[in-house]
Design a protein around this ligand. Structure first.
Ligand code: TA6
Length: 304
């Protein structure tokens, strides 16, 4: 594990050659390379990595709200799109290494953000005045990357929140990519606001234009294929939803930090996440005798 000279990012490498780099700004994973040094995430060539805006690419974190906040949800109405986790400076809490029975080394990097942290985007405290703490873990194993977030309500009142891993996967050619495991899933089609509620009938979803859907899959695992070759297998733990997004030509052209403009052909955004995390109860409250103190969501992305 090593820090960059300017302390803006931390990189972990495994003896087997895999590596992951996390920018402390937003605790954004900006690179995940396989044992052959192949980059598995898409990062815009115009992505801002200086903390001036959320990173376009890698794995930005979405918390406490996904999308543009709805004006009628008072708690989050004043937040910016996708909340403040991806635009706050997180603290590096440390690393831990472990070895599997087969001798395969893995490394876990932990990051923290809380309402008490000076790294919290000041506008955030103003817009969302709840006491909270987040611990975000990125675990690199040979052939897989696991991201997990624990959200805790340290306040004396409950709050609602969403949490998602906004993952820009790198693909060779979107026109021959398909996603399996979504059949039967209900989804919200954000591109047809007048008739958003749909059900996926295809066992192999392809991307042939701008796509922006919030799925509630029937199983915890989905697979991304390039042609007939599985390239990613994504397993969710306590994350009920997956957003599937590709900006395609016009949206790509409209984003100033999206480069190259035909980069949409090499990326597929899959955001494992949790809708309506519901009331994250405060320490003091009880839910039928059970204290819901914290919530853990985990996403495992396995190569091939
Ligand atoms: O993940 C899908 C989405 O909500 C899209 O609607 C699009 O807005 C994308 O996120 C990127 O959002 P950003 O705020 O990063 O430009």
């Amino acid at each position: 594990v090593s820090f960059s000279d300017d302390n803006s990012r931390v990189t972990a490498e495994l003896p087997s050659g895999e590596s992951v780099t996390v920018l402390l700004y937003g605790a954004t994973v900006i690179s995940w390379k396989d044992a052959e040094g192949q980059e598995k995430l898409w990062l815009s060539e115009a992505a801002k990595l200086d903390g001036s805006k959320a990173v376009r690419g890698g794995i930005p974190l979405v918390f406490p709200v996904f999308g543009p906040p709805s004006p009628d949800h008072a708690q989050t109405a004043k937040l910016v799109q996708h909340g403040f986790a991806r635009t706050s400076r997180w603290e590096f809490l440390g690393k831990s290494t472990s070895e599997s029975a087969a001798g395969a080394a893995s490394v876990k990097l932990d990051f923290g953000l809380s309402s008490a942290a000076e790294g919290l985007d000041p506008a955030a405290r103003e817009a969302w005045p709840f006491k909270f703490s987040l611990i975000y873990s990125v675990t690199l194993c040979p052939g897989s990357l696991t991201t997990a977030i624990v959200a805790t309500n340290d306040d004396d009142k409950p709050f609602d929140c969403h949490a998602l891993f906004h993952t820009y996967l790198r693909v060779d050619d979107i026109s021959s990519v398909s996603i399996s495991g979504l059949d039967g899933a209900a989804y919200i089609d954000k591109l047809s606001p007048s008739d958003p509620n749909k059900t996926e009938s295809s066992s192999s979803v392809t991307i042939t234009g701008e796509t922006d859907r919030v799925y509630t899959p029937t199983s915890n695992e989905i697979t991304v294929l390039q042609g007939d070759k599985p390239i990613f297998r994504i397993t969710r733990d306590n994350l009920t939803n997956v957003v599937v997004w590709n900006p395609w030509t016009e949206k790509a052209a409209s984003m100033g930090d999206f480069a190259p403009k035909d980069g949409y052909k090499n990326m597929l955004v899959l955001n494992p996440g949790r809708w309506g995390l519901g009331r994250l109860l405060s320490r003091g409250m009880r839910l039928r005798g059970r204290k819901l103190l914290a919530w853990l969501g985990r996403d495992v992305c396995v190569l091939g």
